[in-house]
Ligand binder design. Structure first.
Ligand code: ADP
Ligand code: ADP
Length: 236
């Protein structure tokens, strides 16, 4: 479903004679099978954000390929890329909700971009709010919600355009333990019911242990471990 081949990203920091190159990703190769919940674990500075930006091609890799559902994203022009980007739904640590729009209207954003009419959006939004357990909060504003509820809205919005892949960027890192567990349950449920592949990027090992079948460890821009969770966990 997602395959990353020889991905490399080099940033230039500073200018003139003090300029230096930072290798944020170094020959990262990784395959995530369809329907899998896959974890990418790494501490601050390991290259996680760079990997996310390369996966949704907000950032051009210096070298390497990103293949989603058989399509090499690095080979596409800007228009084709916008189309393909819909195949990846993003869930963020700080939710990124529009404060001036209701829950329903936040979830409807991707549907508006797709050009769906009001009736279609209404139906789809109701379905999505049902899925995430927020049917009774459609008309609330984000400021009236708990952190866990905000993340449910974020997940509903990420799923709106029926992506093949859900890319979760520290989705539970701003939540307390109990809320984290509930959100992980929801993601597990979404994965089982919709078959959507989930890529969990996190610095929290317990999150990976709770939900991921396989995982990889990113360190200094390199993937240092990659395998079934049972095998990784056996490693001290
Ligand atoms: P993480 O998300 O795991 O904390 P990042 O991907 O943000 O890691 O950063 C990886 C490395 O790349 C770090 O050394 C960081 O300083 C560097 N880096 C990230 N983004 C940029 C950028 N836009 N320009 C220059 N260096 C960057
Ligand atoms: P408008 O805001 O354009 O006057 P509506 O209020 O009918 O039209 O819908 C606005 C958007 O929010 C649409 O995308 C609609 O699908 C969605 N929406 C609004 N309220 C709800 C709700 N209670 N349940 C489901 N979807 C809703």
């Amino acid at each position: 479903m997602i395959s990353v081949e020889g991905l490399r990203k080099v940033y230039r920091q500073g200018g003139g004679r003090t300029a230096r190159e930072v290798v944020a990703l170094d020959d990262v190769t990784l395959t995530v099978p369809k329907g899998e919940i896959f974890g990418i674990l790494g501490r601050s500075g390991a290259g996680k954000s760079t990997l996310i930006r390369c996966l949704n091609l907000l950032e051009r890799p210096t070298a390497g390929r990103v293949v989603v559902g058989g399509q090499d994203l690095t080979a596409l022009d800007a228009t084709a890329l916008r189309q393909q980007r819909r195949r990846i739904g993003m869930v963020f640590q700080h939710f990124h909700l529009l404060q001036s729009r209701t829950v329903a209207d936040n979830v409807a954003v991707p549907l508006e971009i797709l050009g769906q009419d009001r009736a279609q959006r209404r139906r789809r939004v109701a379905e999505l709010l049902d899925l995430v357990g927020l049917a009774d909060r459609a008309d609330a504003y984000p400021g009236q919600l708990s952190g866990g509820q905000k993340q449910r809205v974020g997940i509903a919005r990420a799923l709106a355009a029926e992506p093949d892949v859900l890319l979760s960027d520290e989705a539970t890192s701003a939540l307390d333990g109990e809320t984290t567990a509930a959100i992980l349950d929801l993601l597990r449920d979404v994965n089982a019911r919709l078959g959507v592949t989930i890529l969990m990027i996190t610095h929290e090992m317990p999150v990976v242990k709770a939900i991921c079948g396989s995982a990889a460890l990113l360190e200094g821009g390199r993937l240092v471990e990659h395998g079934r969770l049972a095998d990784l966990a056996a490693d001290p």
